[in-house]
Design a protein around this ligand. Structure first.
Ligand code: ADP
Length: 492
């Protein structure tokens, strides 16, 4: 028998079912709720307030008001509050990890890792927020002096996905708050509990009311419509699929809002003959099977040079045969479920289509009808760029392997996609690693490494994978406006 989520927590008050607006916990105006389901057991674990456009508009108004005092504070005052929030998250890691695993399905070790990663953005931006600089500009005229200052952009709308229910929030909210913005955030309806737990800890850290608002709800179109049309919102930051990102950008055009977009990927991992397979194997397991393949930087196309092709496949099959899919709470699983039955059906359809087009199925590839949204570790080989799967983001534990002959062929295949988020290269040649990394049209390239993300480095894509960078010294830029001030008549 599974223990109810609330009884698994040391601090039951971290499990919230109401939305968080203007520093208060609120129900939907309609009093409606929606179910949050554990994808491993299909059990309902919470019933969360189902808000819509009206509550979103109210939150935006409160955010706009709260921001006026917040932006006037010294950066250090904002930083102190963010530091407290960071510490509370660290102190409550275990409960936050349990909440995340229960609603998202990932293993506890992965959830603990995500909480640490999530908290790291708050600590980083608490510091970076103190380091916002302007310029003194050499003047074109003798009687003028010019300077620039950077100011908080205004109320920020944020829309986040379910695959990283905590980290995708903090890497938007922390820089926004650090520079003086207020945030209205819509988490994915599949995983609202992690967002609400973060809000509870922000509340305990005494973040002033109205600066962080969590709008939970299933009507993404209504909430998103308000966030993108409301004139008080000056910026939208979104992580999710490319089609929704494009739609939101179009919606934002009407009020000329700034947008940052972290969208889909189609990451290649290029493994050359000279690669050290002892490095490749943990790298590929991380890049392909972490979060059961549900990450936007997952190794979506595995390109393997022909000299090590067979050895690589045999070793990958050995590794995959040790995976144990199950629930986070059973203690002996290595991998979790997918997020929904629809996700399982979509992944399976891609696999079956590839097989119909001539792919070789090495293992997996079969849905089972047991409880939970599970899909087995699957290996497809002998794929070609003509097959549909070459252009699809798989978002599941399916290794899609393509043979190649030459370096140029690997580069051409890698770049043959509208996406450009992450790419990986395994080679022992320093010259080749530079050459290939420079030729890849991607925002991020991992050389002999797939765990490339951290709060200190810029995360983001090119082409249809998005715009803007999160984390790093660049992560504040998306929340700041540059103002030029001209001092005239300086010779009087
Ligand atoms: P995924 O395939 O990862 O679920 P989505 O882009 O559908 O990607 O979802 C990412 C986030 O975008 C979620 O919070 C979802 O609710 C939200 N979303 C989806 N459709 C819309 C929309 N039309 N307007 C605003 N938000 C949306």
């Amino acid at each position: 028998m599974t223990i109810p989520l609330i009884d698994q927590l040391a601090d039951a008050s971290l499990l919230k079912e109401q939305a968080y607006i203007g520093g208060r916990w609120v129900d939907a105006q309609s009093n409606n709720t929606f179910d949050v389901v554990d994808p491993a057991t299909q059990k309902i674990i919470a019933r969360v307030a189902d808000l819509g456009a009206a509550e979103t508009a109210q939150a935006i108004e409160l955010a706009d008001t709260a921001m006026r005092e917040w932006r006037a504070k010294a950066p250090k005052q904002r930083s102190d509050i963010l530091e407290r929030w960071y510490q509370l998250i660290v102190d409550n890691t275990e409960d936050l990890a349990i909440i995340m695993s229960a609603e998202q399905g990932k293993m506890l070790a992965e959830s603990r890792g995500e909480i640490a990663y999530s908290a790291s953005f708050i600590k980083w931006f608490a510091e970076e927020g103190k380091r916002v600089y302007g310029d003194v500009i050499s003047s074109a005229q003798t009687d003028r002096r010019g300077i620039t200052i950077k100011q908080a952009i205004g109320v920020v709308a944020a829309i986040t996905p379910w695959n990283f229910p905590s980290a995708m929030i903090t890497r938007k909210v922390a820089p926004a708050l650090a520079v003086g913005c207020a945030v209205v955030l819509k988490p994915a309806a599949e995983t609202p509990l992690s967002a609400l737990a973060l809000a509870e800890l922000a509340h305990r850290a005494e973040l002033p009311a109205g600066l962080l608002n969590i709008i939970t709800g299933v009507d993404a179109v209504a909430i998103g419509g308000e966030l993108t049309s409301n004139k008080r919102v000056k910026k939208l930051t979104f992580t999710g699929s490319t089609p929704v990102g494009k739609l939101l950008m179009a919606q934002c055009a009407n009020t000329v809002k700034r947008t940052s977009m972290e969208l889909g990927g189609n990451a290649p991992i290029v493994i050359f003959d000279d690669a050290d397979l002892d490095l490749v194997m943990p790298g590929i397991i991380n890049a392909k099977f972490r979060n059961s393949g549900q990450t936007c930087i997952s190794a979506n196309r595995i390109l393997v040079q022909k000299g090590i092709y067979d050895t690589f496949i045999a070793r990958l099959q050995d590794a995959a045969s040790t995976f144990n899919f199950g629930t986070y709470s059973d203690g002996n699983s290595t991998h979790g479920p997918l997020i929904t039955q629809t996700a399982v059906d979509n992944v399976d359809a891609k696999v079956q289509h590839a097989v119909a087009q001539g792919a070789n199925l090495v293992c997996g590839g079969e849905k089972n009808d047991s409880t939970g949204y599970f899909y087995p570790a699957t290996i497809l080989t002998d794929l070609t760029r003509e097959m549909a799967i070459f252009n699809e983001e798989i978002f599941g534990p399916v290794a899609a392997i393509y043979p190649f002959d030459t370096e140029q062929q690997a580069i051409d295949m890698s770049n043959d996609t509208p996406f450009g988020l992450a790419a990986y290269v395994y080679t022992e040649s320093m010259r080749r690693s530079w050459r290939v990394a420079e030729a890849l049209e991607y925002g991020m390239v991992g050389v002999n490494e797939t765990a490339i993300s951290a709060e200190t480095v810029p995360f983001g894509g090119v082409k249809e994978s998005g715009q803007g960078r999160e984390g790093s010294k660049y992560g504040l830029d998306d929340y700041l406006e540059i103002k030029y001030i001209c001092f005239g008549s300086m010779d009087k």
